[in-house]
Design a binder for this molecule. Structure first.
Ligand SMILES: NC(=O)c1ccc[n+]([C@@H]2O[C@H](COP(=O)([O-])OP(=O)(O)OC[C@H]3O[C@@H](n4cnc5c(N)ncnc54)[C@H](OP(=O)(O)O)[C@@H]3O)[C@@H](O)[C@H]2O)c1
Length: 319
């Protein structure tokens, strides 16, 4: 399934005949200026896969950064892999295409490489991304099925404005439901995955179905319990002469997932890109970590958000 020699340039073949650069940069950054700067830095450093969402409310800032490198002809559009996502308030089939086209306009692109259903939860249709009742409870939409939303996404592929479609924040059951019934099968499944949440069962199901597992929070989102402070990770990092972050990224790529990491710091963006392979025995040591922890609740409710970390509570409203 792998193509390419150097780990950081790994591409994984997708079931639509195209491939995805395995090492990806996520754009869940609350501040617009920081989003634009970090995206530009990631492009200059060498990242070619980018993850966006209408829910992040910063697609314009990502679009500015992309437009910069494309206009300056530093990078060709077909060397980039850009994904964005449909949010929960737009699951009704008639809302899918307008939501998709609005994302394309904000990103200043003619097509995206991947369009994901951000979560399997449909919220009340409308322009409010976070509809709630008077008691603050999220308002769900029971009038639309996953397959109906998926059908509208398939039409986007037919129109050529989106090369692949996929799911996010799903488990094995949702994946198999769609995979069995879909006219166009999912190419990618994006879920939280790292050594504290390795998702082995889902990874196996994805491999069997030729679906790429795209791991988010690959570094544990700087949250407690701190993955980058884990004793096994630190030991492997010291032995490999790499940082804890680099070792987590190498582990993720070497076990066959694509990944997303995010940073606002040029130093960290460069460091993450400059990771290199770890040994088979190091892989086994990381596989043997028994701590289990999910940092993001979205998979349970469709309500976005990392469990707030002490240092940065503002991130708790996105994701
Ligand atoms: N589908 C979904 O529901 C969903 C949910 C959440 C996220 N996502 C996607 O996944 C992306 C990645 O998620 P994430 O933000 O949790 O990723 P992450 O890379 O696990 O966590 C980001 C944190 O790691 C730190 N960091 C980054 N590089 C580092 C390095 N080399 N050394 C040490 N620390 C480093 C960053 O701090 P600095 O900024 O200081 O470097 C930041 O605090 C998001 O941007 C988004 O695109 C999807």
């Amino acid at each position: 399934m792998r193509e390419g020699n150097e780990l950081r340039y790994t591409k994984i073949a997708m079931n639509n005949g195209r491939s995805i650069p395995a090492l990806g940069f996520g754009t869940l950054i609350p501040d617009l200026g920081e989003t634009q700067r970090a995206t530009r830095t990631a492009l200059e450093v060498g990242f070619r896969q980018f993850d966006c969402s209408e829910r992040y409310r910063n697609e314009e800032a990502v679009g500015e950064a992309l437009q910069g490198v494309l206009v300056e002809r530093q990078i060709r559009r077909d060397d980039l892999f850009i994904a964005t996502k449909l949010w929960n308030n737009n699951h009704r089939p008639e809302r899918v295409k307008p939501a998709f086209e609005a994302s394309l306009r904000r990103l200043r692109l003619d097509y995206v490489d991947l369009y994901l259903m951000h979560t399997p939860f449909a919220f009340l249709p409308g322009d409010d991304q976070d509809p709630r009742d008077e008691n603050g409870r999220s308002l769900y939409d029971s009038g639309v099925t996953l397959l109906e939303t998926w059908g509208a996404m398939e039409l986007l592929v037919d129109e050529g404005k989106c090369h692949a479609i996929g799911l996010s924040d799903v488990g094995v059951e949702h994946l198999q439901d769609i995979n069995r019934s879909a006219r166009i099968r999912p190419s990618v499944v994006q879920v939280e995955a790292h050594p504290y949440l390795p998702q082995w069962e889902l990874l196996q199901a994805c491999k069997e179905a030729e679906i790429v597992l795209l791991a988010f929070a690959a570094l544990g989102h700087s949250s407690e319990p701190r993955l980058l402070e884990d004793t096994v990770i630190k030991k492997v990092a010291t032995a490999a002469g790499q940082t804890a972050a680099q070792v987590c990224l190498a582990w993720a790529l070497q076990r066959g997932t694509a990944i997303l990491t995010t940073s606002r710091s040029e130093h960290h963006i460069r460091e993450s890109f400059e990771m290199s392979p770890i040994s088979e025995s190091a892989m086994k040591e990381i596989d043997g970590i028994t701590t289990r922890y999910r940092f993001n609740n979205v998979v349970e409710t469709g309500i976005p958000g990392f469990i707030p970390r002490a240092a940065d509570r503002k991130d708790a409203t996105a994701g």
